[in-house]
Design a binder for this molecule. Structure first.
Ligand code: DMJ
Length: 461
């Protein structure tokens, strides 16, 4: 057994190969639904292979694939950062696609360089690349992946050099020059899992210290009623938008408070998470007759300012499960699924009071599947399998093209856009696969997923 195979075998109790899916069915009498689950897991795996082949054929070596034009897309001019291969590596490994994973890993270690004069978004590069390199390292034991992660981490660190310790939005990978003082809670508060894991693996505590300091600095600027707004100036520490909600720009800040406690056993994060979730439940939760939703209020007064909820908000049931609040998690997931079924696929944003779509796109987002996966893992209620199946069938029917999957511009008309975001392979297909895969494929007691679905091993504090 090679070192990388040993590392993978040691990663969780992993029986993830697609073959294991069918073997496990033939050996013992199938519990209700097991046969269906096995075939769904195999189908999801086939769709991952189909998507990966399309990337290989039309966009190999680039960041992402544009499936309609069969062309590559790079985020920063002609400089590729291999977003899709890095984001997909652990999905390929989890699904037992060893040859494809090896090929992706070879591309990454041979070609990925961060010595580029480009100003990158700290948050996106952290969750996708740093996250993918770290989980890839933990699953393969390949030290070259850790070296790349450490190099990237060093280049991202200048982002934290603001007067408040909260990071700037952009940092130049070559020069360390920062820009973007107006940031938001998600981009400030969704770094601690990756930087904390890198700190442990590279034995450099500074990574964790910087990211945690930023998280605490943000939390300390919450309002008297315990809420954060949508935009803050990292130089002055002043809020520039007081809109408080759990959607884009704020969402994963809450996720990381809870997960920081789970991954590192960090007591400060646990306390901040409990206080923050209490404020969300007191002020944002809206249970006024149309199901449970989390709307928008003014962070200072608590006055309700909008009744909007969307595809990104659908991460919250998963976080509520992790926080031990199964009741609200179940209730909210019902609402999320209503949002999904309204037009046969979920819109980016909906007014939950009128049930009118206010932003009609669907960029292949994973959050609703992620929540179904957490809920199924903790309740074993088959209704979440049924939700997953409906979501998967809708994806196949409406987002599949001849060359990979693509975003929808409009869920009402069905008009397609031209992009397969890297998180579709990192998250959407991974969570669908895990939802249907045999028990024990991945042990949620042993890992914590970052917000891009890269699993990090839990370790004692
Ligand atoms: C992903 O990059 C991450 O899940 C992030 O937290 C939110 N946006 C996308 C998926 O929707």
């Amino acid at each position: 057994m090679t070192a990388s195979k040993r590392a993978l075998a040691g990663f969780l109790s992993l029986v993830a190969a697609g073959l294991a899916v069918s073997c496990s069915v033939s050996k013992r009498p199938a519990p209700p639904g097991a046969r269906d689950r096995a075939s769904l897991a195999a189908r999801v795996r086939e769709e991952l292979v189909f998507s990966w082949r399309a990337y290989e054929r039309y966009a190999w070596g680039h960041d992402e694939l544009k499936p309609l034009t069969r062309a590559p897309r790079d985020w920063y001019g002609s400089e590729s950062l291999l977003l899709t291969p890095v984001d997909s590596l652990d999905t390929l490994l989890l699904m037992g696609l060893a040859e494809d994973a090896d090929k992706a890993r070879t591309l990454i270690v041979d070609q990925l360089s961060f010595d580029k004069d480009v100003s990158v978004k700290n948050f996106e590069i952290t969750i996708r690349l740093l996250g993918g390199l770290l989980s890839g390292y933990e699953m393969t034991g390949d030290p070259r992946l850790l070296r790349l992660a450490d190099d990237l981490g060093t280049r991202l660190l200048p982002a934290f050099e603001s007067p408040t310790g909260m990071p700037y939005m952009f940092v130049n990978l070559k020069t360390g020059r920062t820009s973007g003082a107006r940031s938001n809670p998600a981009e400030i508060g969704t770094l601690v899992l990756e930087f904390g894991t890198l700190a442990r693996l590279a034995n450099k505590p500074v990574y964790f210290q910087k990211a945690k300091k930023a998280l605490v600095a943000l939390f300390e600027r919450r309002s008297k009623i315990g809420l954060v707004g949508e935009e803050i100036d990292v130089e002055t520490g002043e809020w520039t938008s007081r809109a408080s909600h759990v959607g884009g720009g704020i969402d994963s800040y809450y996720e990381y408070l809870v997960k920081c406690a789970a991954l590192f056993g960090d007591l400060d994060c646990g306390r901040m998470a409990r206080e923050s979730l209490r404020a969300l439940n007191d002020r944002l939760a809206d249970d006024s007759g149309n199901g449970l939703w989390y709307g928008q209020v003014d962070m200072t007064t608590g006055e309700r300012t909008a009744t909007e909820f969307g595809a990104l908000h659908a991460f919250l049931p998963a976080v509520l499960v992790l926080a031990g609040d199964l009741g609200r998690a179940r209730h909210l997931q019902e609402s999320c699924f209503r949002m999904w079924t309204l037009r046969g696929i979920e819109p980016e944003v909906l007014d939950y009071r009128t049930m009118q779509v206010t932003s009609p796109g669907y960029p292949l987002r994973p959050e609703i599947v992620e929540s179904a996966y957490y809920l199924y893992s903790s309740t074993k209620d088959p209704k979440y399998l049924d939700m997953g199946r409906a979501i998967f069938e809708a994806l196949v029917a409406r987002c599949r093209t001849d060359s990979g999957y693509t975003v929808l511009k409009n869920v009402v008309t069905g008009e397609k856009g031209d992009l397969m975001p890297s998180y579709f392979l990192a998250e959407t297909l991974k969570y669908l696969y895990l939802l249907f895969a045999p028990e024990g494929t991945l042990d949620l007691e042993k890992v914590v997923f970052n917000t891009e679905a890269h699993p990090f091993r839990r370790r004692a504090p």
